[in-house]
Design a protein around this ligand. Structure first.
Ligand code: NIG
Ligand code: FE
Length: 408
């Protein structure tokens, strides 16, 4: 057992609700707090001195100077396993071309597929681990990572195996997702439907056999997969025992409805979601995930997070870090900016990058600092937790603890 503290403030987020709006008055602040850790789990959070008195002789890890502690952040949507770079796409978009025009002319996702297929496993693993190191430096302790730049059995499995290998090199919890349905690859000889069938017969059984991922994603969009074929695919995927998440309503509305209908864990993007579908999402258990990094990367509008929260949806915020639409990767900067444009409370943003994002991944053992949860937390050198979002990502995390161990 180990006692860590004292912290000027500990923000546990323990009593905050899973869905809907949250006011900042609902945030419980423990001043001069300590975190008691047993076997990697939180035994108790409370006043440091009291915890010390209650647990005489317990090893104490003293925190020097004024620091605050928050639950470790969760990035529930990334594509950080990739080769190459798409700086030219970024430049072309800013010079007037649209994301879809660039995709149709051979740039976009397909160019990342070629770079990823051509990259060696060593190179992909090395850059993936570097990106994870950047994420942990922000205070992120759990990160979802998608395949989707391989787009044939050999290369999708190669990506997922690399993600599995990366788990051996980091304490950050990695949650792999199979996104073979990102796009029908140009070299696939057949229809969209046939490609989706190929995923079901030639990729997912192997993913299952090797334990490479428990989640499946699809990009439903005019340029990718159409609503009806996607619905069929998702139903069959579910029958195979996978959890589902969907790239929904990024440019065209309608697909968040499919996500809800098939019982997806989350519907992500939602920049184009119409009011009626906001209501539909809000009535469901599907987490609505805003990806402000994609809005910033593409110069598109933000996900209507305010409306979603007011309607009662479970709103998470993730980075979507990828080489094309969201090259920044700084979830804290992005969530802070989303807050200023969408008028989100500090409580709503913190919930969105912790326990609500964890819920999207089906993980209930992280995201709040309370008894029994994994002792994943991040500290900042400041006397007030509001400074974290106020600095829009430029206040660096001081220490990151994973399972109670200093990991950054
Ligand atoms: O989430 N929208 C589809 N997929 C990614 C983009 C991936 C890419 O452009 O490489 C996204 O924005
Ligand atoms: Fe994405």
């Amino acid at each position: 057992m180990k006692l860590i503290g004292p912290f000027k403030q500990i923000i546990t987020l323990a009593d905050l609700p899973l869905r809907g709006k949250i006011s900042d008055e609902q945030i419980d602040i423990i001043t001069d707090g300590g975190i008691l850790v047993d076997n990697g789990l939180i035994k108790k959070v409370g006043n440091f001195k009291m915890l010390k008195t209650e647990n005489p002789g317990t090893e104490t890890e003293i925190i020097e100077g004024e620091q605050i502690a928050l639950p470790g952040f969760v990035d529930s949507h990334t594509h950080i396993c990739f080769g190459g770079n798409r700086a030219n796409d970024f430049a072309m978009r800013n010079a007037g071309k649209t994301y879809l025009e660039i995709a149709e002319s051979g740039g976009g996702i397909w160019s990342s597929v070629q770079h990823t297929r051509n990259a060696s496993e060593e190179e992909l693993l090395k850059t993936l681990v570097e990106r994870i190191s950047f994420l942990i430096s922000l205070g992120i302790t759990t990160v979802e990572i998608k395949s989707g730049y391989g787009l044939d059995a050999a290369n999708e499995l190669k990506m997922l195996r690399i993600i599995k290998k990366a788990q051996g090199q980091t304490k950050v919890r990695l949650v792999p997702t199979c996104l073979s349905a990102h796009l029908k690859p140009r070299d696939f000889d057949g229809s969209n439907q046939e490609y989706l069938e190929y995923i079901l017969t030639d990729i997912l059984p192997k993913v299952k056999e090797e334990g490479l991922a428990q989640r499946v994603d699809i990009f439903i969009e005019k340029s990718a997969f159409q609503p009806d074929e996607s619905r069929d695919f998702l139903v069959k995927t579910k029958e195979l025992g996978f959890d589902i998440t969907v790239h929904a309503d990024q440019f065209t509305p309608g697909s968040s409805r499919i996500a809800v209908e098939v019982g997806a864990k989350s519907a992500d993007h939602l920049e184009a979601t119409i009011d009626e579908d906001i209501e539909f999402l809000a009535q469901s258990d599907t987490v609505a995930t805003a990806l402000p990094g994609a809005s910033l990367g593409l110069g598109e509008k933000f996900t209507p997070a305010r409306k979603l929260l007011d309607a009662g949806a479970i709103v998470a915020i993730a980075s979507d870090w990828n080489p094309g639409s969201a090259p920044m990767g700084n979830l804290i900067t992005q969530a802070s900016i989303l807050a200023t444009f969408e008028k989100l409370t500090t409580a709503e943003v913190l919930a969105g990058i912790t326990f609500r994002a964890a819920h999207a991944l089906g993980l209930e053992d992280i995201g709040k600092l309370e008894t029994g949860k994994k002792a994943d937390f991040v500290t900042f050198k400041t006397d007030n937790f509001q400074n974290v979002l106020y600095n829009q990502g430029s206040l660096n995390a001081e220490n990151v603890y994973i399972s109670g161990n200093l990991s950054h």
